[in-house]
Ligand binder design. Structure first.
Ligand code: NAP
Length: 265
C-alpha cells in the first residue's frame, strides 16, 4: 500500500473529505496528524482511525490564526519525527451574492481557503526541501476553474490557489516534491452547513447539491490514487465538468446556465 507508514498531515480532518481521507489513509496504515478546530469531533475521528492504524495524533487550532502556524507546523514535525505528505484540505464555502457580502466576510473566506494553505505549505517547505522529497495536496474546487453564483470570495480563493500552486509546480524546488491540485465538484459532505452568508453567519442548511453529491469516501480514494500516480491536477465532478467545457467552447451559454442554476439555490 502506497501510503503505508507515510507520515501524513491533513487539515480539516474533522469532517467531510478530510475525515474520509483520514479513514482511507488509516486503512493503508499511514501515520496521521489530524488538524481542525473542534477537539471533540476530531477525537471521534481519531478513535475511528485508531481502529485501523496505531498512529494518529491531533493538532487542534484555528488555521485562520496565522501566527500560530509556524509553531504548529514545527510541533507536527516532532509527532512522528518528520512528514511525507501535507494535505491542505480545510475550507469554508459561501452562500451569498456579491451585492450582499460584507468585505470582512470576503477576507475571512480568503484567509481560511487561501492564506492558511499558503502559510501551512511555507511553514513545512524547508522540511520538504531538506528531506529532498514529499507530497503536497491542495484542495481547490471546480469553483477554482469557473465562477458560480453565491461563491464570489470562495471562487476567488480557489482561483488564487491555482495561481500560487501552479507557479510552485513550475518552480519545482526539489525534483521529488510533488504537488497535486484537486478540483472537486459537489461532494456529499456537510460543507453547506458551515458556508458563510453575506453577514458571516452560517448558512446552516444541507443543500441538495451536497446531498446528491459524490460520496466523500469515493472522492478520498480518487485523490489518493491521483497522488500515488503523481498527477498535478484532477477534477472529481459530474455536471460541473460539462459546464466547464461549455465555458470554454460557448462562453455566452455558460453565463446563462450558471446564472439559472446558481441563483435558484
Ligand atoms: N463538499 C464539496 O462539495 C466540495 C467541493 C469542492 C471543494 N471542496 C473543498 O474540499 C475541502 C473540504 O470540504 P468538505 O466538503 O469536506 O467540508 P466540511 O465537511 O465542512 O469540512 C471542512 C473542514 O475544514 C475544517 N476547518 C474549517 N475552518 C477551519 C479553521 N479556521 N481552522 C481549522 N480547520 C478548519 C473543519 O473543521 P472544524 O470545523 O472542526 O475546524 C472541517 O474539518 C474544502 O477545502 C472545500 O472547499 C468541497
Amino acid at each position: 500500500m502506497y501510503f503505508s507508514n507515510k507520515i501524513v498531515l491533513i487539515t480539516g480532518a474533522s469532517s467531510g473529505i478530510g475525515k474520509a481521507l483520514a479513514l482511507e489513509l488509516a486503512r493503508q496504515q499511514a501515520k496521521l496528524i489530524l488538524v481542525a478546530r473542534r477537539a471533540e469531533v476530531l477525537a471521534e475521528v481519531q478513535a475511528e482511525c485508531l481502529q485501523y492504524t496505531q498512529h494518529c495524533q491531533l493538532l487542534c487550532f484555528d488555521l485562520k490564526n496565522s501566527e500560530l502556524i509556524p509553531a504548529k507546523a514545527a510541533e507536527a514535525l516532532t509527532l512522528f519525527g518528520g512528514l511525507d505528505v501535507l494535505i491542505n484540505n480545510a475550507g469554508v464555502s459561501q452562500r451569498s451574492l456579491v451585492t450582499e457580502t460584507a468585505a470582512e466576510v470576503d477576507r475571512d473566506i480568503m484567509e481560511i481557503n487561501f492564506f492558511s494553505t499558503v502559510y501551512m505549505t511555507k511553514a513545512l517547505l524547508p522540511h520538504f526541501v531538506k528531506q529532498g522529497h514529499g507530497h503536497i495536496i491542495v484542495m481547490s474546487s471546480m469553483a477554482g476553474l469557473m465562477g458560480f453564483p453565491m461563491r464570489s470570495a470562495y471562487s476567488a480563493a480557489k482561483h488564487a490557489l491555482h495561481g500560487f500552486f501552479e507557479t510552485f509546480q513550475t518552480e519545482q524546488p526539489v525534483k521529488d516534491l510533488h504537488t497535486l491540485i484537486v478540483c472537486p465538484g459537489r461532494i456529499n459532505t456537510p460543507i453547506s452547513l458551515s458556508a458563510l452568508t453575506g453577514s458571516g453567519e452560517k448558512h446552516g442548511k444541507m443543500d441538495d447539491g451536497q446531498k446528491n453529491g459524490i460520496p466523500a469516501d469515493k472522492c478520498a480514494q480518487i485523490i489518493l490514487r491521483a497522488a500515488e500516480k503523481k498527477k498535478k491536477l484532477i477534477k472529481i465532478a459530474k455536471e460541473e465538468k460539462i459546464l466547464l467545457a461549455i465555458k470554454r467552447v460557448l462562453p455566452n451559454l455558460f453565463y446563462k446556465i450558471a446564472h439559472n442554476a446558481g441563483m435558484k439555490q
